[in-house]
Write a protein that binds this ligand. Structure first.
Ligand SMILES: CC(C)(COP(=O)(O)OP(=O)(O)OC[C@H]1O[C@@H](n2cnc3c(N)ncnc32)[C@H](O)[C@@H]1OP(=O)(O)O)[C@@H](O)C(=O)NCCC(=O)NCCS
Length: 142
């Protein structure tokens, strides 16, 4: 199984379809998130990250809003546990630093909270429901 990949900022205008396919596979098909929630109309104003395997397949994505709100981090199943999620998170944090944001934050699905705590995000406030999935707000000072 191939494990080599690269992660970089995506060009949303040119790579929208690649990102769409990853999010469709992970959030809509695997997790059952409704299409109306997934496609929330703010992608155009976000900056996006993408991971691509050595053989050219798009395997992961994530986005950050101008406010510092990170979200939609998704890695296709076969590639989980190989550092792709970490690389995407670091890319989005670097975008935030580049924009001189003081802080980034996200709403973590609770099953993924350990993933974000490993990257020094701190939980804030109570667990709440979003898209039928329990979430925890978490933040990281830059
Ligand atoms: C959560 C997710 C993005 C992590 O991506 P990944 O590529 O597997 O992450 P990495 O390989 O960089 O790191 C995995 C580490 O996170 C930890 N972790 C905690 N919760 C996890 C979870 N739900 N899934 C995978 N890893 C998780 C693992 O223990 C692992 O640590 P280790 O390397 O010390 O064993 C990925 O599992 C995913 O896309 N899940 C489905 C979509 C989703 O739930 N997204 C998050 C929305 S908030």
């Amino acid at each position: 199984m191939e494990t080599s990949f690269t992660t970089r900022e995506a060009n949303w205008q040119e790579e929208e379809q690649l990102i769409y396919q990853i999010r469709l596979t992970v959030f809509v098909i695997e997790q059952g998130v409704s299409q109306s929630i997934e496609w929330d109309g703010v992608d155009d104003s976000c900056r996006h990250a993408i991971s691509v395997s050595e053989d050219g397949n798009s395997i992961g994505t994530g986005r950050i809003k101008q406010s510092g709100h990170i979200g939609r981090i998704a890695v296709i199943k076969a590639w989980r546990g190989k550092g792709v999620g970490t690389a995407l998170l670091n890319q989005l944090i670097n975008i935030a630093k580049d924009s001189q944001l003081p802080k980034v934050y996200l709403n973590s699905q609770t099953h993924a909270s350990n993933f974000y705590s490993q990257h020094n995000f701190i939980a804030e406030g109570p667990i709440f429901m979003e898209a039928g999935i329990p979430h925890q707000r978490m933040s990281l000072n830059l």
